[in-house]
Design a protein around this ligand. Structure first.
Ligand code: NAD
Length: 296
């Protein structure tokens, strides 16, 4: 595999494009929004400059990497000649099913179609194509250039040869692949989201405050970030949506989102991206300040 098309130039898409171009792959980065593509190029340049400042990358490598990147707003043009398509568009089932239907007719017949979805069934996405054996989950973690893990998800019909190829490719990117099967939440979110939900329940029931909950998990369990801070970072709407996928997928009330989480999402307190969740965020400041709603 040499030629990769990445669909969606948001938070994840620009990071995925970044690691591929730095490892010698040719990347067509595709987004419906031209402004998002410009922003993605700026983000990639800024992140490579950060790597240069740390001495991890040379100016020559920067030049070579950026020369591997082309942007497109037209998916038909952007997937021409692709060996692999990695879809990282907005987490919305109808949108993704529509993209995969189009990809099936636009991408070369032998191309592998991967999705970076956090929670949508790979089997369901694969089922709208005529090449379900070539569809696979490639779940990168945020921030992509920094995080080593790629959770590789086999759909029900994914061929072993495709899994093997994607495992080898992930290693070529300097990542550590872990292969799992396609059930709600896969592994990462099936384990992470109930922990976050339990932390929110502990706050909701008044068992402890935001600081206490996060400090116990940081210092007691050696987690780099407490679960409430992590939820703010991921986005409370995203956490809520993934918990609902687990709840509906397994039909088990143990996954139902905590009513406090539901209230916060309904009110638009989504964490870092809206400036307030369990903590308050001020641009330019790294200080962790508990939201007034939870400080006693
Ligand atoms: P984002 O909102 O930052 O970016 C999504 C991009 O997709 C936007 O730029 C949007 O313009 C583009 N887009 C929408 N429809 C499109 C279409 N039809 N064709 C091309 N581009 C289109 O979202 P994100 O956080 O980068 O998430 C992308 C995917 O990665 C989601 O499936 C999400 O679940 C998954 N993911 C996110 C994270 C995370 O921490 N943000 C982590 C792992 C996986």
């Amino acid at each position: 595999m040499h030629k990769v098309s990445v669909i969606g130039a948001g938070t994840m898409g620009n990071g995925i494009a970044h690691v591929f171009i730095q490892n010698g792959f040719t990347v067509n980065l595709i987004d419906v929004n031209a402004a998002q593509l410009e922003k993605a190029i700026q983000t990639i340049e800024k992140n490579i400059d950060r790597q240069i400042a740390k001495g991890a990358v040379t100016e020559e490598q920067r030049k070579n990497a950026l020369a591997n990147l082309t942007t497109f707003t037209d998916m038909a043009l952007g997937v021409q000649g692709a060996d692999l398509v990695v879809e990282a568009a907005t987490e919305n089932i109808d949108l993704k099913l529509n993209i995969f239907k189009q990809l099936d007719s636009l991408a070369p017949a032998n191309a592998v179609l991967a999705t970076n979805t956090s929670s949508i069934s790979i089997t369901r996405i694969a089922a709208v194509t005529k090449r379900a054996s070539q569809v696979i989950g490639m779940h990168f973690m945020n921030p992509v250039p920094v995080m080593k893990l790629v959770e590789i998800i086999n759909g029900y019909a994914t061929a072993q040869t495709i899994t093997d190829a994607i495992v080898a490719l992930s290693k070529q990117l300097g990542k550590v692949p872990c292969v799992v099967n396609d059930y709600p939440g896969f592994i990462a979110n099936r384990i992470l989201m109930p922990m976050i939900n339990e932390a929110i329940y502990s706050l909701y029931e008044g068992i402890a405050g935001v600081n206490e909950i996060d400090t116990i998990m940081k210092l007691g369990m050696a987690h780099p970030m407490g679960p409430l801070q992590l939820a703010d970072f991921i986005g409370l709407d995203t956490c809520h949506a993934i918990l609902n996928v687990l709840y509906e997928g397994f039909g088990n009330p143990k996954y139902a989102p905590c009513p406090l989480l539901t209230n916060m999402v309904t009110a638009g307190y989504l964490g870092v991206k809206t400036g307030e969740g369990f903590y308050k965020y001020t641009a330019g400041s790294k200080e962790l300040v508990v939201s007034d709603r939870f400080s006693s």
